[in-house]
Design a protein around this ligand. Structure first.
Ligand SMILES: [Zn+2]
Length: 220
């Protein structure tokens, strides 16, 4: 076990295994732990996940060209039609990422959505991606994906005036504005692994005591 962060500076190359920081007089601890599926994640000392279950957006370089709007004039059909998602204008071929861990429940061509991917996530969350130019290889029904994995590429298949990504976010059967939704935290430490996590926390606390020169990182 190595301490790699000192005064907020990385002192050694490698992973952050443990970090303490103070923000508005609140002290936070982030502990690296390999949860179920051996996935590397960061948790607070109680085992709550520090990360969100979903990325804010499925694209890195894009701007919103059309917001979630129940009364939108459709740009191709020229009728009032609910816009149940967010459009991101982006260069054709830009990689589209899964915003959360989940399982592909649909990958194929369908109606106005064009090349479409639907991903089922835990807790009845679903995300949907439309107008893709093509799919990432190996993206088929039933394939498991992780947050940030590339699943396809921006295109203009289906009813689209130009290359963009149409992105939808659903909880149960209700479509939610992905920009306004309060994103849930990722899964906490699993029950099964909680005992070994608690051992890690004890070790991390001992390490913290022995490195009492570790001063707090004041985050403005
Ligand atoms: Zn759209």
């Amino acid at each position: 076990m190595k301490l790699l962060i000192l005064n907020g500076e990385q002192v050694e190359n490698g992973d952050i295994v443990f970090a303490k920081f103070i923000n508005n007089k609140n002290t936070y601890f982030a502990n690296r732990f390999y949860n179920e599926d051996s996935k590397k994640e960061y948790f607070d000392s109680k085992g709550n996940n520090m990360q969100k279950a979903f990325l804010k957006a499925p694209l890195d370089f894009a701007y919103i060209s059309s917001h979630f709007n129940p009364n939108r004039m459709h740009p191709v059909l020229h009728t009032i039609r609910a816009h149940n998602g967010v459009d991101y204008a982006a260069k054709r071929g830009s990689p589209v990422r899964s915003t959360g861990d989940g399982t592909i429940s649909f990958a194929g061509r369908r109606n106005g959505c064009g090349n479409e991917i639907v991903i089922k996530h835990s807790n009845d969350y679903t995300t949907r991606y439309c107008h893709l130019q093509k799919f990432e290889k190996n993206i088929t029904n039933g394939k498991k994906v992780r947050q940030g994995d590339t699943i396809g590429f921006v295109g203009s298949t289906g009813l689209a005036t130009g290359p963009h990504l149409h992105y939808e976010f659903k909880i149960g059967d209700t479509r939610i504005d992905p920009i306004k939704v309060r994103l849930p935290s990722a899964e906490p430490v699993s029950k099964k692994l909680k005992p070994s996590f608690d051992t890690l926390i004890q070790e991390n606390n001992l390490m913290l005591e022995s490195f009492n020169e570790l001063s707090s990182y004041e985050n403005e």
